[in-house]
Design a protein around this ligand. Structure first.
Ligand code: MN
Length: 229
């Protein structure tokens, strides 16, 4: 049977050391660090929650186009978890068996669209998801780097540190995130989970160079470029 249309190659994330990780869904955790929850106007005592981006958001490119329909594009540096083995109702203690790797990613956010959506009790989807909304580094296999649960997570713009925290400061730990999300839906191989951002989120503009780093995981650097006219 022939497909009605051509959609090009399947979506993958390159793996450090060779190979690719085929992409399925991109789940995200909101307000998973107390200081970031506070800077967004909350107490920091509320439970984190989930939202999603499309798989087409993922990009390892060194240049990322400033998206349309925003004047307030924010960076959020996050640890990204890759699901290698699916499962439903995964126990916290078994979460690592379902994780095949990690990378550092940026949850780019059209903050003005998100603020409007919050005010009108509308979905965040277009504030969080578009092609290129999730720049990230190559996947680091857990077989090479283990399962990082502490270590510095930071983002700098033009050499100036904007965000700095520690993975150990997460409200829901990585293992708790996997367990909690798997209560709501079966997790599938190829799913990614972005695990929330520390404080210091701020705007970027075309020409900015971003460097995201997580100790023991890696770094990812890219430039924001002006929209093509
Ligand atoms: Mn985020």
């Amino acid at each position: 049977m022939q497909d009605l249309i051509e959609i090009g190659p399947r979506l993958v994330l390159p793996v450090a050391g060779g190979g690719t990780f085929p992409l399925r869904r991109v789940f995200c955790v909101g307000r998973n660090y107390v200081e970031h929850a506070r800077e967004m106007g909350h107490s920091g005592r509320e439970a984190p929650f989930f939202f999603a981006k499309c798989a087409e958001a993922v990009t390892t490119a060194g240049r990322v186009v400033y998206p349309p329909c925003t004047a307030d594009l924010h960076h959020e540096v996050e640890l990204v978890v890759a699901i290698g083995a699916g499962g439903h109702d995964i126990a916290v203690g078994a979460a690592r068996d379902h994780i095949c790797g990690y990378t550092v990613g940026i949850d780019l956010t059209r903050r003005d669209l998100q603020a409007e959506a919050k005010k009108l009790a509308r979905p965040w989807y277009l504030a969080k998801s578009w092609v290129g909304a999730a720049p990230m580094g190559m996947l680091q296999p857990a077989s090479r780097i283990g399962h990082p649960r502490a270590g510095r997570i930071a983002l700098s713009v033009g050499g100036e540190v904007r965000q700095a925290g520690d993975l150990a400061e997460m409200i829901w730990s990585v293992d708790e995130i996997v367990a909690e999300l798997s209560r709501f839906d079966v997790l599938l191989p190829g799913d990614l989970i972005m695990t929330g951002t520390p404080a210091g989120v701020a705007a970027v503009v075309p020409g900015d160079r971003l460097l995201a780093e997580i100790a023991g995981v890696g770094r990812h650097e890219f430039e924001i470029t002006a929209a093509a006219r």
